[in-house]
Design a binder for this molecule. Structure first.
Ligand code: ATP
Length: 547
């Protein structure tokens, strides 16, 4: 049995039956599970390349750090994700419209938005390994270590006390746990204060006081913490004309804010209303790793929802809930999502939360929901000298609208879907298969049509079926190798249905349809294929879950 299954099963056993396992068993299982998760992630990255999902950018020149290209299957998933988001926003909400703004914007935009002065990450280098880190991430990892220690003690006690175990009481009374909780909370408080004050000396002092070592060199030989601006810049116009320094946008949101008046007026939009946009964003990330999780060029799907001042918290709650529903409707397992409220609010926000997905490297942000107050519109009004307001006929007064933003990275969404979908399965008889249990609505190919043999009129019949389906569904045709091998190829790219045409098909107009996840096969009429595929692959059914 592959290691992944051993570890997953045992890890689950740990969670549900920890009272029956000893502490050392739990530790071994947990470590095995984590190591296996890392291994699985590596395999997923390799799989993405082997099956045409994601390639390193300009690979023939050895690639470019944290820049990736999507291949023939990856681009289909990405397009499906974008469509799922775009339609959920603009079709299901009559008060949301879309735009497509340019990547280049007038440079004052970024002065007004605060990005020129404040779009920084605190970086620190280890002098021995010469490796660069984000100081805040090193401290967050340290916090996670305390959490892990506390969790271990709790698991041990749960095992000892069985049914009568009271976790809260235990945390309040056990001296070792109490000490760790106190240390953790003190660190958390100090960290949040340092971040909020942008106090770089204090961040370094925390790293020293916590005795955080470089994972590569194992030493505490750190440089000072410095701010690093994440925006890429370039020049527009020839130098003779006096070239202008412009930026590659680090977020798509500002393209929406500077078009607020245009859209509100031309669309006769009434508050509350939203503007949605999908597009590229660029950030010169200090530490770019974990595949497409943190890229230097990536794509965002952002929506700014303009509301009456004072009503922003109501809408913040609405969007928090709606966005989580949108994720969960894909059926990747509700337990894989959670909210994470921000410790440090951005300079413009009065509330912020992330939706996190359980990746093999832990729960990680996929989407942010922010209450941005009237900061952006007010700033643009001030810097441009234009009045950017809304006249509210119900209140009979003008005001600068408040904004709730939902911001999700297409690439992170892609990664979460791939991580959730990638499975290595052991089949009866000991055979194994790699399958992507992708939500059918996101799968790059919905059905593959296969003639059993390459003769006797079966290929022609298969092509006929493909012609019937191709106007509504992305279909593949495959006549090479055994049916078993063809199934495996489709499993590996997550195709929900394989349709086999055999000799009986020519007489009874029926085909064998094989379901990816269960591998169950059934005989169906050709005329029913369209309905079967529609039910599973059209977004309609998924959208209904968003009500
Ligand atoms: P992080 O804390 O992970 O750097 P962030 O809080 O800076 O992310 P936001 O500015 O809120 O991210 O951006 C909104 C969304 O854009 C994120 O939730 C994420 O999905 C995506 N995103 C941000 N930076 C990147 C990146 N470098 N690569 C891929 N996606 C990104």
């Amino acid at each position: 049995m592959p290691e992944i299954y051993v570890a997953t099963t045992l890890y689950n056993a740990r969670r549900t039956q920890s009272d029956r396992l000893s502490e050392s068993e739990i530790r071994i299982l947990y470590n095995t599970f984590m190591a296996t998760q890392e291994e699985t992630f590596k395999k997923l990255v390799a799989h993405c390349k082997e099956y045409g999902f994601v390639f390193p950018s300009s690979e023939i020149y050895d690639g470019l750090g944290a820049v990736y290209d999507y291949g023939q299957n990856g681009v289909e998933i990405k397009n499906n994700i974008k469509k799922y988001w775009w339609d959920a926003m603009t079709m299901l909400h009559e008060n949301i419209v879309g735009i497509d703004a340019s990547i280049f914007m007038h440079p004052t935009t970024w002065k007004a938005s605060g990005h020129v002065d404040a779009f920084n990450d605190p970086l620190i280098d280890n002098k021995d390994s010469k490796k660069r880190y984000r100081a805040d991430v090193l401290i967050e990892d340290q916090l996670a270590k305390y959490d892990e220690k506390i969790e271990k003690e709790v698991a041990k006690a749960r095992k000892r006390f069985g049914e009568s175990f009271d976790e809260d009481m235990f945390k309040q009374t056990n001296e070792r746990v109490k000490a760790n909780v106190e240390k953790r909370n003190a660190l958390h408080e100090r960290f949040a204060a340092a971040l909020n004050d942008s106090n770089l000396e204090e961040l370094k002092q925390i790293i020293l006081d916590e005795e955080i070592v470089c994972p590569i060199s194992g030493t505490r030989n750190w440089t000072d913490v410095r701010q690093f601006n994440l925006m890429f810049s370039t020049e527009m116009g020839s130098t003779a004309d006096g070239a202008m320094k412009i930026y590659l946008r680090p977020e798509t949101a500002q393209g929406i804010f500077v078009n607020y008046l245009n859209v509100q007026k031309t669309g006769r939009m009434k508050i509350p209303f939203g503007i949605a946009q999908i597009g590229k964003a660029f950030r010169n990330e200090i530490v770019a790793r974990q595949f497409v999780f943190r890229m230097r060029e990536f794509e965002q799907m952002e929506m700014q929802f303009f509301v009456r001042p004072g009503e922003e918290m109501k809408w913040f709650e609405y969007w928090k809930e709606f966005r989580l529903k949108w994720h969960k409707a894909l059926g990747m397992g509700d337990e894989n999502y959670r909210y994470h409220d921000h410790d440090k609010l951005a300079h413009y926000a009065n509330a912020a939360t992330d939706i996190e997905f359980q990746m093999p490297f832990g729960f990680k942000e996929v989407e942010g929901i922010h209450s941005r107050t009237d900061f952006d519109l007010s700033q643009h009004a001030q810097y441009s000298g234009k009045k950017i307001e809304y006249f509210d006929p119900e209140l009979n007064k003008s005001y600068t609208p408040y904004v709730i933003e939902t911001s999700i990275g297409v690439d992170r969404m892609f990664l979460s879907v791939m991580c959730g979908a990638y499975k290595e399965e052991v089949l009866e008889g000991g055979d194994t298969r790699v399958v992507l249990n992708l939500p059918a609505v996101l799968a790059p190919v919905k059905a593959c049509v296969m003639p059993l043999v390459k003769k006797d009129g079966l290929p022609e019949k298969a092509r006929e079926i493909m012609d019937m389906l191709k106007y509504d569904f992305h279909t593949n045709y495959d006549e090479k190798d055994s049916i078993g091998k063809r199934y495996r190829r489709q499993d590996a790219i997550g195709t929900p249905f394989c349709i086999t045409v055999d000799h009986d098909t020519l007489n009874d107009n029926c085909v064998t349809i094989r379901h990816r996840d269960t591998m169950a096969q059934e005989r169906v009429k050709i005329e029913d294929l369209h309905t079967i595929l529609s039910k599973a692959c059209n977004m309609r059914e998924t959208f209904k879950k968003l009500k």
